[in-house]
Design a protein around this ligand. Structure first.
Ligand code: 5GP
Length: 190
C-alpha cells in the first residue's frame, strides 16, 4: 500500500483554513484524515474536545514536548499548538492522506523535517488584508490586543507564500476547496 500524502494547509490566522478544510472533507471525494492538534488555548464556544483540538494544560503540553511527541509545535499569540507525531505516521501508514491545518512556523518545521516525497504544501491567501481583518473580528472570541497581534502576524506571514508548492486564493470556499481537491487528486493518481 502506498504511504498516504502529508498535506500541509497553512496561511495567516483567519484566512479560512478551517472552513476550507471542512469543505474538502465534507465533499468526501478523497480518502482524507484530519490531524487533530493539541493546544493550550481554551476552547471557543462551539469547540469540542477531540474534534477541533485536544485541549490540554501548559504542563501536559510541555510534557509532550519533552517526550518528543510532536512532529512540530509552535507558539501562536500566547498559546501553544502541536501536531502529534505518532498519530500522523499511523494514519499515513494506513494509506490515509493526512491534512495538517497549521500556522506558518509549524509548516516550516514540517517542510524541514519530513523529507519523503509524499508531502504537498498549500498556502491559503486572503483576497485582501481588509477581508482578513473582517474574518478575525467576526469570531468575537478574543480581546482587541490579540486581534491586533493576529492581524500584524498575518501581514508579515503573507511574505512566506513563496515557500509553498501551491498558493490558493480563498475568494470563495467552494472554489478554493475544489482547486485543492483537484491538485491532490492529480498527485494521488500519478
Ligand atoms: P486558532 O487559535 O485560531 O484555532 O489557531 C491559531 C493558529 O494555529 C491557526 O493558524 C491554526 O491553523 C494554527 N494551528 C492549529 N493547530 C496547529 C498545530 O498543531 N501546529 C501549529 N504550528 N499551528 C497550529
Amino acid at each position: 500500500m502506498k504511504k498516504g500524502l502529508l498535506i500541509i494547509l497553512s496561511g495567516p490566522s483567519g484566512v479560512g483554513k478551517g472552513t476550507v478544510r471542512k469543505y474538502i472533507m465534507k465533499r468526501n471525494v478523497l480518502p482524507l484524515a484530519f490531524s487533530i492538534s493539541m493546544t493550550t488555548r481554551p476552547p471557543r464556544e462551539k469547540e469540542k474536545e477531540g474534534v477541533e483540538y485536544y485541549f490540554v494544560s501548559e504542563e501536559e503540553f510541555q510534557k509532550n514536548i519533552e517526550e518528543d511527541n510532536f512532529l512540530e509545535w509552535a507558539e501562536f499569540v500566547g498559546n501553544r499548538y502541536g501536531t502529534p507525531k505518532n498519530y500522523v505516521e499511523q494514519l499515513r501508514n494506513e494509506g490515509k492522506n493526512v491534512i495538517l491545518e497549521i500556522e506558518i512556523n509549524g509548516a516550516e518545521q514540517v517542510l524541514d523535517k519530513v523529507k519523503d516525497d509524499r508531502v504537498v504544501s498549500f498556502f491559503l491567501a486572503p483576497p485582501s488584508l481588509r477581508q482578513l481583518e473582517i474574518r478575525i473580528r467576526k469570531r468575537k472570541s478574543e480581546p482587541e490586543e490579540n486581534i491586533q497581534k493576529r492581524l500584524a502576524k498575518g501581514v508579515s506571514e503573507m511574505e512566506k507564500a513563496k515557500n509553498y508548492d501551491f498558493v490558493i486564493l480563498n475568494d470563495h470556499v467552494k472554489r478554493a476547496g475544489d482547486e485543492i481537491i483537484s491538485i491532490i487528486k492529480k498527485i494521488i493518481e500519478d
